[in-house]
Design a protein around this ligand. Structure first.
Ligand code: WTA
Length: 649
């Protein structure tokens, strides 16, 4: 790293008002490790139970009998925590502040309004025939109806599967089919950065591709553009919604009944449906939200993620609402209409806690201090980041320029699989080092291991594992329990393998160094190299493709694709364009290769295995340290690849 690591004490004014102290953290952490059952029996009560649990934890990480159950004899409906219980004291409190794509477009929903809207939405779903346990796919823009749709599913016991609105019809269809979802909720169009996204049109195409799987499509009117409505299949929310009741009894759910599926990329094959259940997830979402963000009653909390990702699930919807907080939801992008937009929104709504991704910080940093300094930001008291390692330069800029050296930064390491934050410098409890994930959250025991599974002690670097279950842990891969076991519990038997590398320094701070598997982290979004490769080879011109990540100034990692063409097809710039378009339509813009290198052949071992290590080095433009190439079948391929590399310094 190019800059010295700074040590920052907790800013004094912040420390004075912090909910936690270093001592309190140490005490709670110790309690959570020494007596997990006692600790979680207590903290499990933070959410609303219809029938309280008496069992706390029933977990086995043994490969032959792998199961994860928390609070397993309790009954609840998560929306009672998020809505009903807030009505008495917070009925008139803003639950959602919505800021539209255009700066003059915003409105607020109080807890009472949200409660009734969700009840109405729930009744609409019932009218459509949605039942407990059914999978409902959401393909939505960032509008309050996205949160309502999630909560409405939860209220009636249906399982939501949110698919990011930037995914293509093909990707949407794949996810619909994988979880056999007969219902889709979408909008006529989405709006982002002044551009329209044809969500309904994409949905129609996905329904065709899913060949009769989808029985009903519920459409929310966002822009009012005319869209085609298919008779008998498509219904408008505002039409059916006007005729139903605004109360709806919450469905009693077992703590271990599924709450949602969220597809995420892995190192092999298709995206997998990460399954979270009701009780443990909500305990984890609400507890991490409260402690990580030093939550106070009058905070205005803004998580800038999209609800299509887990960050949006946990820290726009479930965590904040279960805590009765005010959650800001933003439809647009950081740079529209100007690079001051984030900070203008903070001023407009009095945002006190702001949580975003390093990629957004780096993009804004490039615009200089001017657009930040043109705004006030005096309401901000805490900043957060998530999604990828933050480089010290970006951290320092975020701290000094955005936060005026007044706001601590919580760098939260976690994953779709973990449900909520796992490693974090809890504000007020620790000095901060720019770029360090720092310390485990309550109940989390991280360890570093080498490739053989040997546990490494002291200041060291290795693969990051977690040694015991926590309530927010994913329960399985939907429809493929074996894949769950193989992916997370086979590398280091008895432990959860994160897929991340990590360093621990002399002070015991954890520093996440990034994925050690074939997952690329593009702008904080996970992309499996195998997925991009299979999209590329599905094009007629492509014989073989290998995809790796390379360092990218703004995105963190960019996508670098090596492509060999089929006989008779000549590489050309036009073909590059075509292939990029092809990947966009197969998966979506986030999967589009930044760089494509045509290659006469790929470096392989004599047994035919592609040597990715070499491809990664060439893509990083650090090919002078290629290491041993003597095991290659055709070593001369490497020289040709180096000559044709696309990322020359
Ligand atoms: C990476 C997002 C460093 C990591 C919540 C992880 C991070 C993957 C951080 C999960 C962080 C997330 N510092 N790396 N603060 N947060 N990551 O499932 O590689 O979209 O495994 O969950 O993002 O991405 P996912």
């Amino acid at each position: 790293m190019s800059q010295d690591v700074s040590n920052h004490p907790v800013p004094e004014a912040f420390a004075k008002q912090a909910n936690l102290t270093p001592e309190k953290y140490a005490e709670m952490y110790e309690a959570s490790i020494k007596d997990p059952d006692g600790f979680w029996a207590e903290h499990g009560k933070r959410i609303e139970w219809m029938k309280p649990f008496t069992q706390v934890k029933d977990v086995s990480w043994d490969k032959d009998d792998l199961h994860v159950r928390w609070f397993a004899d309790g009954t609840l409906n998560v929306t009672e925590s998020c809505l009903d219980r807030q009505l008495e004291t917070r009925g008139a409190k803003p639950a959602i502040i919505w800021e539209g794509d255009e700066p003059d477009d915003s409105h607020t929903l109080t807890y009472r309004q949200l409660y009734h809207a969700v009840c109405r939405f729930s009744n609409v779903l019932k009218e459509m025939g949605v039942k407990k346990g059914d999978r409902v796919t959401l393909y939505m823009p960032m509008i309050p109806e996205a949160s309502m749709a999630m909560l409405a599913c939860a209220r009636i016991g249906a399982i939501h599967s949110v698919v990011f609105g930037g995914f293509s019809p093909e990707a949407l269809a794949g996810r619909i089919v994988d979880c056999q979802s007969e219902f889709v909720i979408t909008a006529d169009e989405g709006v982002r950065g002044g551009r329209k996204v044809p969500l309904k049109e994409n949905t129609d195409r996905a329904c065709d591709l899913a060949k009769g799987m989808v029985k009903k499509v519920l459409v929310v009117e966002r822009t009012g553009v005319g869209v085609e409505m298919k008779d008998g299949r498509d219904v408008w929310l505002h039409e059916v919604g006007a005729e139903v009741d605004d109360t709806c009894a919450p469905e009693p759910m077992n703590a271990e009944d599924p709450l949602f599926i969220l597809y995420t990329s892995g190192s092999t094959g298709k995206p997998k449906g990460v399954l979270h259940t009701c009780g443990g997830y909500l305990v984890w979402a609400s507890m991490t939200h409260e402690y990580v963000f030093d939550l106070k009653e009058d905070d205005v909390f803004w998580c800038s993620a999209d609800v299509g990702w887990v960050t949006g699930h946990t820290y726009i919807v479930y965590g904040p609402l279960a805590n009765g907080a005010t959650s800001l939801m933003f439809e647009g992008v950081p740079t529209y209409p100007s690079p001051s937009r984030f900070w203008e929104v903070c001023d407009k709504h009095g945002v006190t806690i702001f949580y975003t991704a390093p990629t957004a910080i780096r993009a804004l940093m490039r615009e200089g201090d001017g657009p930040v300094k043109a705004t006030d930001r005096s309401t901000l008291r805490l900043l957060g980041t998530v999604g990828e390692p933050i480089n010290p330069e970006a951290w320092e800029w975020y701290f000094r320029t955005v936060g005026d050296s007044r706001c601590p930064i919580v760098d939260t390491w976690w994953q779709t699989e973990t449900g909520g934050t796992m490693i974090v410098p809890l504000p007020g409890t620790t000095k901060m080092k720019s770029g360090a994930g720092s310390h485990p959250f309550f109940g989390v025991v991280p360890k570093l291991v080498d490739a053989e599974g040997e546990v490494l002690e002291g200041a060291t670097q290795g693969n990051l594992i977690i040694t015991g279950s926590w309530p927010g842990q994913m329960r399985t891969v939907y429809g493929d329990h074996e894949r769950f076991v193989d992916t997370y519990f086979s590398a280091y038997p008895g432990n959860y393998f994160t897929g991340d590398g990590c360093r621990r320094d002399e002070d015991g701070f954890y520093w996440i160094t990034g994925r050690v598997d074939d997952v690329i982290n593009v702008s904080g979004h996970r992309m499996g190299t195998a997925e991009v490769e299979s999209a590329l080879v599905s094009h007629d011109a492509v014989a073989e493709a290998a995809v790796v990540g390379y360092p990218h100034d703004i995105k963190g990692q960019g996508i670098y694709a090596y492509v060999t063409t089929v006989q008779g097809v000549e590489p050309s710039d036009e073909l590059k364009d075509l292939l990029q378009k092809h990947v966009r339509s197969e998966i979506g813009p986030i999967a589009c290769p930044d760089l494509i290198q045509f290659a006469p052949g790929l470096p392989k071992t004599r047994s035919g295995k592609i040597m990715r290590r070499i491809l990664r080095k060439i893509a990083e433009d650090s090919y002078d340290s290629l290491g041993d190439t003597s095991t290659l079948a055709e070593p001369e391929v490497v020289d040709e690849l180096i000559d044709g590399r696309q990322n020359k310094a």
